[in-house]
Design a protein around this ligand. Structure first.
Ligand code: ATP
Ligand code: MG
Length: 434
């Protein structure tokens, strides 16, 4: 009977070591988003199912086979755990009439849900952060979003190693895709024998998606297929050139990949992916592009839009592979104590320190001073505050530096906060200049 309870397959616990690295990353991301004028928005995790079918497209992988959809038995509503953020974000923008006073730059972050086969870099609950710029038609915003990514890689210490690469393409406009589609289907039909099962299934529903196949046996076929880029009209080409000019000005290397399509139907014109070779098959860390039709498709007044989403698990795995270090916060002070009166003094000392902004870890669970010092050491704290019977009798504490060789000092309780402050923030001044 005593079966161990487990999390759902493909849905991970993020344990403290990793969660702290995520927090460090999120802090950096927040500053970076603010630097480009993006403001936060938080959408529900659950939406009406028809939102995703309408936004992402009925014959996409996501809608056909990856959505966690269910009937709310309490009222019969058809609901879905969000598989991505763009549809919800646009829904929220329309619901709250947010475009009435001009363009908006928005960002969101959080869990997304897709019923995929779990493997490294592919989970059933995963996390994205994404940005959406709504109301801006020009190639300038497409380029700025890509440049923005490059800055983030730089901030994360990824760029100089050159292993996160940019691929771009243009999907043109609907009429251009339609002409290409006719020729693409004709081409693929002629080689029907070489199509794998998925491609055969896609042939008359979403043939463009076949170009995105990960099956090595189909690569030659795909490379010989009619290229969408050859079907682009003047306006689409000009837009694409505009993006590329700004990328060149910013000295961002890229490759035009004519096979690059996206798994969601709402994209047009610019699409892009940031890809790494360090994560095996799941190498796309960030993906996005323009989706000018979506706002109208979801019932709004037509408005151009452009955005991207990053997979946080993949990005964190890449940082780990690169051993790029995100600093993890250690406490400033670890308080060790022994005896009942000492514990009460330790509590007071800790609260006094926290009043001045220190991060303090008070030892709990008893044990010898020796074993408590082991914990203090492992915590990464700079200082230990020691409270024993002698300290209680004198209403003082002992302050012991943990990271440098220095004498421990007896300090009256009311002077403690100042002395700790000197240690933590004024320590550089004590080192004589050379
Ligand atoms: P893929 O081709 O890898 O399936 P996708 O085209 O389905 O990706 P998007 O919907 O564009 O991906 O999502 C943007 C990003 O979110 C991806 O580039 C990836 O980093 C991340 N991502 C997507 N699905 C998953 C997943 N199941 N697990 C972890 N990360 C994911
Ligand atoms: Mg996918």
């Amino acid at each position: 009977m005593s079966q161990t309870l487990q999390a759902i397959r493909g849905m991970n616990d993020i344990l403290p070591d990793e969660a702290e690295r995520w927090e460090g990353f999120e802090e950096l991301v927040r500053d970076w988003l603010a630097a480009y004028g993006y403001r936060p928005i938080r959408m529900p995790l659950v939406e009406p199912t028809p939102l995703f079918a309408r936004a992402i497209g009925a014959v996409t992988d996501i809608v056909e086979k990856e959505m966690y959809s269910f009937t709310d038995t309490l009222n019969g509503e058809q609901l879905t755990l969000r598989p991505e953020g763009t549809a919800s974000c646009v829904r929220a923008v329309l619901q709250h009439n947010m475009l009435y006073d001009g363009p908006k730059r928005l960002w969101y972050a959080g869990p997304m849900f897709r019923h995929e086969r779990p493997q490294k870099g592919r989970y059933r609950q995963f996390h994205q952060f994404g940005i959406e710029a709504l109301g801006l038609p020009g190639p300038d915003i497409d380029a700025e979003q890509i440049i923005m990514c490059a800055r983030l890689w730089d901030d994360l210490g990824l760029n100089d190693k050159g292993d996160i690469k940019l691929e771009i393409n243009s999907l043109g406009e609907a009429d251009e895709r339609l002409r290409h589609r006719t020729d693409l289907i004709a081409y693929l039909e002629k080689q029907a024998g070489q199509l794998d099962a998925e491609a055969q299934r896609r042939l008359h529903t979403n043939p463009l998606r076949i170009l995105d196949t990960k099956n090595p046996a189909m690569q030659a076929l795909v490379e010989g297929a009619p290229k969408l880029i050859d079907y682009l009209g003047e306006h689409s080409l000009k837009h694409f050139e505009g993006v590329q000019q700004l990328l060149k000005d910013a000295a961002i290397p890229y490759r035009v990949n004519p096979q690059l399509v996206r798994g969601l139907d709402y994209y047009n014109l610019t699409v892009f992916e940031w890809v790494t070779e360090q994560l095996g098959a799941q190498g796309t860390v960030c993906a996005g592009g323009r989706y000018d039709g979506l706002v109208e498709q979801l019932g709004g007044k037509p408005a151009p839009a452009c955005g991207f989403a990053m997979g946080i698990e993949r990005l964190m795995a890449l940082l780990e592979a690169q051993s790029a270090v995100i600093e993890v916060a250690a406490p400033d002070v670890y308080v060790v104590h022994q005896g009942e009166a000492a514990q009460r003094l330790a509590f007071r000392a800790a609260e006094m320190l926290r009043d001045t902004g220190c991060a303090v870890f008070t030892h709990m669970g008893g044990g010898s001073f020796k074993s408590q010092f082991k914990r203090a050491d492992a915590s990464g704290a700079q200082l230990a505050v020691i409270v024993g019977d002698d300290e209680v009798a004198a209403n003082e504490v002992t302050l012991k530096p943990l990271r440098v060789a220095a004498e421990q000092q007896h300090i009256p309780l009311d002077a403690l906060a100042d002395r700790v402050g000197d240690w933590l923030y004024g320590i550089d001044e004590e080192i004589p200049e050379e």
